[in-house]
Ligand binder design. Sequence first.
Ligand code: FE2
Length: 370
Amino acid sequence: MKRILTIKAEEGMVVAGDVYNESNHLVIPRGTVLTRDIIDRLKYYAVFDFYIEDDKPIKLASYNMDDLERHIFSEYKIESGGYFRRIKESEQFREFENMFQESVNNISDCINAVVTKSEEVNIDQLLSSVKKITDDFNPDVSLFDMIHCIEGYDDLTYVHSINVALISRVIGKWMGLSPEECDTLTICGLLHDIGKVMIPIEIITKPSRLSPTEYALIQTHTIHGYNLLEKIELDERIKLAALQHHERCDGKGYPNKLRYNEINQFSRIVAIADVYDAMTSNRIYRKGICPFEVISIFEENIDAYDPKVLFIFLEKIAQSYVNAEVILNGDLEGKIIMINKYALGRPGVLVGGAYVDLSRQDNMEITALM
Ligand SMILES: [Fe+2]
């Protein structure tokens, strides 16, 4: 490995470490093979120098797919087979499932106590199992893949609440919030949908399209949630998250059509975690959407969400899949080799020996992780 100046960079050199810009955003990941575009990108981001592998540059004009793959992915080689199946079979996932079960028990006890006895929320008990999960797995994106693999629970509201709590907590850490703020944000996630206990279960679990009346009824869970929590001694932001997590920054949410500044910051974070989990989780009646499709959907609806939170979140998620094997257009196989900051849902992919920049290929898209 050696350090070189960006002005000395040549096509075909292999980057030996992740390269960040001054504001700590990833410009290119380790393992990237330099092309003219990538060198221009380094210059654009004023990267002065970086590390490359000692090997001779790969000849891009006549490279052989096997050589290139071996070179780039030697340390990241992902075995063939189902991406999520391998996660489900891992020891780490079994530990995660046990901790997850403990969280489900805690939250169901807590919600029952609030709803049936108007009891105080036992914050410590509620937090302990969720904190254990994030502390054991660190603020690591593999946690998101584990969340995706959770299945077999009947009561999806509890599962969803824990997922939203975990995702919100990780976002809080990525945003540099204090440990106390991250704890409060976690409780916001755990209790955001508490108002759903007041909605008939047949409507909550209805797999087909809701009628306008049913949809209006389901929307009231935000107000029910706030009313349930209002009488309990809790941080105001937790109560507001129950009320505001369906508000959208462009004023098109509910129940009060609030806009960006009128929505509490924690509610804006929970909103993103809520939508992400709703789209990526497997449900009885539908399969979760591929994370890259979810990223593109968020990018298309950018006005609805807090842009600062959304960018940090999507960039971290996208980065976590650098080197992942993917399926494109339902049958092509490829490998993600670089993330495009300006189109996070459409990264650069190696397909059948060719580099494809998905941000310039409207007719191609990632449909699944392999
Ligand atoms: Fe909700």
